[in-house]
Design a protein around this ligand. Structure first.
Ligand code: HEM
Length: 325
């Protein structure tokens, strides 16, 4: 029992020591960057700890400090907020590394575009950028946007008169449907429910890891329910991808063409698989990155656009008159 207590105490001391080293190191690196007055232990946790209004408060405050300031969020997190264009440019000229926070994405997103850095990111970006701009690909996507858009409108029509509607779930369903068809070339039909649920779970786990200090430490995170949720969810997402990849591979190995069918992002990536430029795991990472990066962002954008339109009927009139709606 004593041995157990002692080992627990040593782990705790080690963790505290790591935090102390991180705090001192951050302080030394960043001491020239101005910061608003804060608590000596809690730093700016009380003023800026709430993620819901972090951006608003930080951007209001940063203009007072000449476009550059730091916020200390103990135990070890220091956020440098930059709004000055020249400072931003200078930093990006020096480094394109990302914060270690991106490591939390890696069990799921591997080292795709979002999580990779340095030369790996540069090469990958060079390889994939033409895919994003492929006209042939985009032309096929329009019919996906339209078909699924019509379905979305039908669902929203059922809600006419509902004055307290949460648009986000509707928009997320739509953007995920679009992304699945355009990136992997398959619809997310009813058996895609577990995929949707798993993706939602993974986003939740990520937010928790960023918010809850002890979940940032891998060894402690593994003791939490979130770790098991993450493991189960990744399994669902991986097996969904595996099935589609194997089908595409069969087509590739048999030398069959797409036969005039609509191309998906994955079809272009399979060409890189053929030439050896990407492995299956590389392709998994990129497809998962697209599914993650593309669905939440666009769903929020659509929901806020509709919300703003709902509150500004005069703009709706203008859009209708010009056939935009
Ligand atoms: C309103 C919609 C969107 C917003 C606001 C948005 C925002 C962003 C931001 C801020 C980043 C930089 C993230 C970082 O490096 O930490 C990023 C990167 C990325 N986004 Fe989006 N995004 C949107 C839509 C999309 C869509 C629709 C896709 C895919 C279909 C997508 C795919 C990506 C990818 C692959 C990256 C990584 C790019 C790289 O580092 O080379 N995003 N996005």
């Amino acid at each position: 029992m004593l041995a157990l207590a002692l080992s627990f105490l040593s782990v705790l001391l080690l963790v505290l020591l790591c935090f102390a080293v991180a705090i001192v190191r951050n302080h030394n690196y960043l001491k020239a960057v101005p910061k608003p007055p804060g608590h000596w232990i809690l730093g700016h946790l009380l003023e800026f700890g709430d993620p819901t209004d972090f951006l608003k408060k930080a951007s209001n405050c940063v203009s007072n400090y000449g476009g550059l300031m730091r916020i200390c969020l103990p135990p070890s997190w220091t956020v440098v907020v930059i709004t000055d264009r020249d400072v931003t440019r200078k930093i990006f000229e020096e480094t394109i590394d990302k914060s270690t926070d991106y490591d939390y994405f890696k069990p799921w997103l591997g080292t795709g575009l979002l999580t990779s850095k340095g030369n790996k990111w540069k090469q990958r970006r060079r390889l994939l950028s033409p895919c994003f701009g492929s006209l042939e690909l985009m032309k096929g996507f329009i019919s996906v946007f339209e078909t699924l858009g019509v379905e979305l409108i039908a669902k929203l029509q059922n809600e006419v008169g509902n004055t307290n509607l949460d648009l986000i779930p509707f928009m997320k369903r739509y953007t995920l449907d679009v992304l699945c068809e355009t990136s992997m070339g398959v619809p997310l039909t009813s058996d895609g429910e577990s995929y949707r649920e798993s993706l939602e779970n993974l986003c939740g786990v990520l937010v928790n890891r960023l918010k809850v200090p002890y979940k940032r430490i891998d060894s402690l995170f593994r003791l939490t329910e979130d770790y098991h949720i993450q493991k189960r969810s990744i399994k669902v997402i991986d097996s969904f991808f595996d099935e589609i990849f194997e089908k595409k591979l069969k087509i590739l190995n048999e030398g069959r063409t797409n036969n005039g069918k609509r191309l998906a992002f994955l079809d272009l990536l399979m060409e890189f698989y053929k030439t050896g430029e990407l492995t299956k795991e590389d392709i998994r990472a990129e497809v998962n990155t697209i599914m993650f990066g593309g669905h939440d962002t666009t769903a929020a954008g659509l929901a806020f656009t509709l919300y703003t339109l709902a509150n500004n009927s005069h703009v709706q009139v203008i859009l209708l008159a010009n056939n935009y709606l």
